[in-house]
Design a protein around this ligand. Sequence first.
Ligand SMILES: Nc1ncnc2c1ncn2[C@@H]1O[C@H](COP(=O)(O)OP(=O)(O)OP(=O)(O)O)[C@@H](O)[C@H]1O
Ligand SMILES: O=P(O)(O)OC[C@@]1(O)O[C@H](CO)[C@@H](O)[C@@H]1O
Length: 310
Amino acid sequence: MIYTCTFAPSIDYTAYLMHFESGALNRTDEVYYYPGGKGINVSRVLSRLGLKSRALGYAGGFTGRFIEEFLDAEGIETDFIDTGAITRINVKIKTGQETELNGPGPVLGEGQLEQLKEKVAAMAKGDWFVLAGSLPASVPIQFFKNLAVRCKERGIHFVLDTSGPALKGLLDMEPFLIKPNEHELGEIFGVEITTQAQAFHYASLLVDRGVEYVIVSMGGKGAIFASREQCFTAQAPAGKVVNTVGSGDSLVSGFIASYIQHQDPERAFRYGVASGSATAFRSDLCELADVERLLPEVTVTPIDKGDVTK
Ligand SMILES: Nc1ncnc2c1ncn2[C@@H]1O[C@H](COP(=O)(O)OP(=O)(O)OP(=O)(O)O)[C@@H](O)[C@H]1O
Ligand SMILES: O=P(O)(O)OC[C@@]1(O)O[C@H](CO)[C@@H](O)[C@@H]1O
């Protein structure tokens, strides 16, 4: 079973308008309400790619109910722990440029953390635990480390897609896959990363620290893949960008979906990049047909590890 875990889900209130002026009354043209949060996006894309998953995490209030009902209507199993508070609404403003306003995550007590621990304890060898999205700063990093240790001990694939101090704090837990974007990777090392060569250099340092697969997503510039054995670059296909929210999560889903079927990292990487771009070219997340159509347009090139320089 694939379990996704979103500590801070959201409703993504996505508004399209021609111009946005800060400090003025703006009226929107079209609006959409999507269930959001990185783990939830991973579950939604997996479902579109034909894979079952169970969405874990924390939700509450009328917004939490909206998310559960939406996922239920899409046939996605949920098992959220009640926060007793209203789950955040994140505002995504689309004017050609993309502006985001993300709310704070929930405040959690020990009992609520214990409940998640029990769910992870019940997972079995070969399962996947995808911990994605921001993690509340109030939860001690040791809590997440313990979850990662549990995954390692039980042969559960631990996929980590978070940012900031939580990402930095969990790198040494030997996750199976991490997928920072170029900014998140730069944050780990306190540098700015703009080229694939730089991304390779720093991704390789993470592989040396024990991460099995590192994918660095770079928006329209594509992505890079690094592991102990192989390195690849991928060029993203060209297309009309509509909404890139969730494109990174779609990359993670596409990778997992293909990897489960073929255990081939290169093939999974290509499928992941096609999934990421397919989402960038739609208002909501990608559908299987979009991914299959874009797949031949993704160029994956092997890189000699010896050629990886800054
Ligand atoms: N402008 C674009 N054109 C083509 N493909 C894109 C574009 N932006 C994103 N993608 C695709 O989506 C993948 C992930 O994008 P990105 O690096 O923006 O992820 P991210 O920052 O983690 O996104 P999010 O956090 O919103 O999910 C890229 O590797 C690429 O395949
Ligand atoms: O605030 P976080 O948890 O870092 O990111 C949350 C978020 O921006 O990420 C998803 C896209 O990846 C959106 O659905 C959601 O609104």
